[in-house]
Write a new protein. Sequence first.
Length: 202
Amino acid sequence: MTTSNTTVKPESPLLGRGRGEASYFNLSELSASATAERLAIDNTPPRAAQRMLTILVEQLLDPIRRRYGAPIIVTSGYRCPALNTAVGGVANSHHIVGCAADIIGETHPNPPCEGGDSDIAESQVLPHREDLGGSRALFHLIVQMQREGAIRFTQLIAEKDYRWLHISYVPGMLRNQIIDINTNTVALSESPILEVDYQDSG
């Protein structure tokens, strides 16, 4: 977990190639977990998961971070099966294969506590954003980027009160599903937003 998206440890290189543009995320923050540390769980991503995390960064996290213009905190990235169980993730979670991240905008006023399918430290409190609130603004930005054709994703979920966002990129399954728990709505790609029941892919 990080709050800067700028400082990179030498042993944790950036995952995105950047394609001539800035790249922000590293393997350390995409696999960090306070829960794993507390329970002595080895959450080191295997090579296959590292490849998927690199794709996630290149296709989604880096482009979103560049457009957002402020740091994005990864509260939960890769989860080994033991960690996924420990934090209450669903059995088929995209986190297990390195295809998903839970994120918040740096300026979100009330980050979630440990657990609840996220892994941010309870003590971390960030300043309030004047407009929509960090993660709510970030959610609307991601939706706008998808509508513009700038990005594609498998699933985007705005959790309750926009406390964090879940976003995933599964190659071959880019259905652009958008779920806002706060308004009980879901959309697929360019489809109109409808009120429906849904299942969280975790």
